[in-house]
Design a protein around this ligand. Structure first.
Ligand SMILES: Cc1cc2nc3c(=O)[nH]c(=O)nc-3n(C[C@H](O)[C@H](O)[C@H](O)COP(=O)(O)OP(=O)(O)OC[C@H]3O[C@@H](n4cnc5c(N)ncnc54)[C@H](O)[C@@H]3O)c2cc1C
Length: 467
């Protein structure tokens, strides 16, 4: 343990918090230091569970005063594992779950500790929702701050496009508000710039009337993946914004809907979410549901919250994960051939290959209107590698790297910041492009000149002379 804090200092800090402080050796320390990605095994000197914004200010002041490396955690789902650190302090907001839904103004104020499952359950009581992630246990905080791609994005934009305001604690321990009227530069930066500028304690979202939705998954035999992908490419070229889809290559043995089918090899699948009139949706989805023919069709009208947890079984916590991602410009026959060949060489039955189709309302916001970038991409490719056996991680990691390298010729060169692992500064720059990175670095210099918040996809303050 590199950081030793005197007992009386820790006791005094503990007494100021409405939440709790957990130290090495305390009950709950080992579960408290775990994050979703089982590859991450770090031992912080202290976990400060904050109960409110005041606690977050006190935790930031404490960390700054004692020179502690600081990690910020909300949902703990970040694949890079940046929400936990060795020897420093984890400022944990997972207990800050207050949510106020205003059905009349179609808006919600939400505590940073909520997961999408918790958020959706509350907003859906009023028949409302906003774009969230596709796995219900993901935190609203990290996802929103990186952008937020999900089932409703083609209709309502990415999550951060639906942000109305935030409250944020800066590195100096000041609580600021930001919106399009108040600190608009900061509001621009946090919509895609991640946790670089401070700790967001509360998010204000615009909500929309949503649900029930026509949604689910159509499965096809893996042997026909190439044809499915060619069909899928042509199909998505003509769909309306009410329909968001995602292609997945994955193992049948991990897919509850396929348990009754013989064999446990891979399958190709398309997940869909249609938010318009169900009859129109049925017509629209007919070609997809008849193509092949499919081996299973799980598409039906369902509550939005059911769709939001539909993919949870494929994303279990504490499994080892290594991801590589990039945005694709187009899906040429050549790109499809490479994608199929790489998918077929998959090394673990837990792994998945995702293609999330963007477009629609994602592109109706200007590229310069928020830090979130690469709105013109056709889709996000995410090679989601998972395995359980701790032996021989290299074969899984190498497969992921080779796959990403093989797909590079078809990439825009950009990447979605929330799908990045520990991939270095060049990839963080690639998440924003050179001009936006310069603007973000200037903003970082203004709001966090000492780079106090560095456990993230880090944007260096302009003053550091790194530009
Ligand atoms: C299973 C799974 C499914 C996913 N699905 C989607 C998806 O559908 N769409 C999508 O866009 N992304 C998705 N992601 C990626 C996801 O957006 C990121 O992992 C995101 O960081 C998760 O947020 P979190 O609060 O759970 O993470 P955490 O690990 O708690 O935080 C991640 C980082 O965000 C920052 N941060 C967290 N809380 C705060 C805060 N309150 N204030 C300031 N900074 C903070 C910190 O830098 C922290 O390191 C998924 C990830 C996983 C593992």
């Amino acid at each position: 343990m590199g950081t030793i804090l005197a007992h009386n200092i820790v006791r005094a800090f503990r007494e100021t918090l409405h939440g709790a402080v957990v130290l090495p050796g305390d009950e709950g320390y080992d579960t408290g230091r775990r994050v979703w990605n089982g590859m991450i095994d770090r031992r912080p000197a202290m976990i400060a569970y904050c109960g409110d914004a005041g606690d977050v200010i006190r935790a930031v002041d404490f960390a700054r005063t004692h020179g502690l490396l600081t990690a910020v955690r909300s949902g703990g789902h970040n694949v890079a594992g940046n929400s936990v650190c060795d020897n420093g302090i984890v400022i944990d907001l997972s207990r800050m779950k207050r949510i106020d839904v205003n059905a009349a103004s179609r808006s919600a104020r939400a505590g940073a500790g909520l997961t999408w499952g918790e958020f959706d359950r509350e907003t859906q009581k009023s028949g409302l929702a906003t774009t969230g992630g596709i796995v219900s246990r993901t935190g609203i905080a990290g996802l929103t701050l990186g952008g937020g791609i999900g089932w409703l994005m083609r209709k309502f934009g990415v999550t951060c496009d639906n942000l109305l305001s935030i409250k944020i604690v800066t590195a100096e321990g000041r609580l600021l508000a930001a919106s399009s009227d108040e600190n608009p530069d900061l509001f621009w930066g946090i919509r895609g710039g991640g946790g670089n500028f401070g700790i967001v304690t509360e998010f204000g979202y615009r909500l929309h009337r949503v649900g029930p939705v026509l949604a689910g998954t159509v499965y096809y035999p893996a042997a026909r993946t190439r044809e499915v992908l060619r069909f899928y490419r042509d199909y998505i070229a003509g769909i309306p914004d009410e329909l968001t889809t995602m292609f997945v290559y994955m193992s049948a043995s991990r897919t509850p809907a396929l348990f009754r089918l013989p064999g446990d090899g891979p399958v190709a699948a398309v997940h869909v979410c249609y938010t318009g009139d169900a009859q129109r949706g049925e017509k629209l989805l007919k070609p997809l549901r008849e193509f092949g023919p499919p081996i299973e069709d799980g598409v039906r009208v369902m509550p939005y919250v059911e769709l939001q947890s539909m993919l949870d079984p494929g994303a279990p916590p504490y499994v080892r994960n290594y991801w590589k991602s990039s945005y694709l410009k187009y899906l040429s026959d050549e790109a499809i051939d490479v994608l199929v060949a790489c998918s077929e060489a998959m090394t673990s039955p837990l792994s998945q290959v995702h293609l999330q189709h963007l477009g629609g309302a994602v592109q109706s916001v200007g590229e310069d209107d928020a830090a979130f970038s690469h709105r013109d991409a056709l889709c996000a490719l995410n090679i989601v590698t998972k395995w359980e056996d701790p032996r021989d991680p290299e074969k899984h990691i190498q497969w992921t790297r080779d796959f990403e390298a093989a797909m590079r010729p078809f990439s825009t060169g950009g990447v979605y910041v929330n799908f990045l692992g520990e991939e270095g500064e060049d990839r963080v720059r690639a998440a924003y492009g050179p001009e936006k990175y310069v603007r973000l670095a200037a903003l970082k210099k203004k709001y966090d000149p000492t780079n106090f918040f560095l456990m993230n996809q880090n944007i260096k303050p302009a003053a550091a002379g790194i530009l």
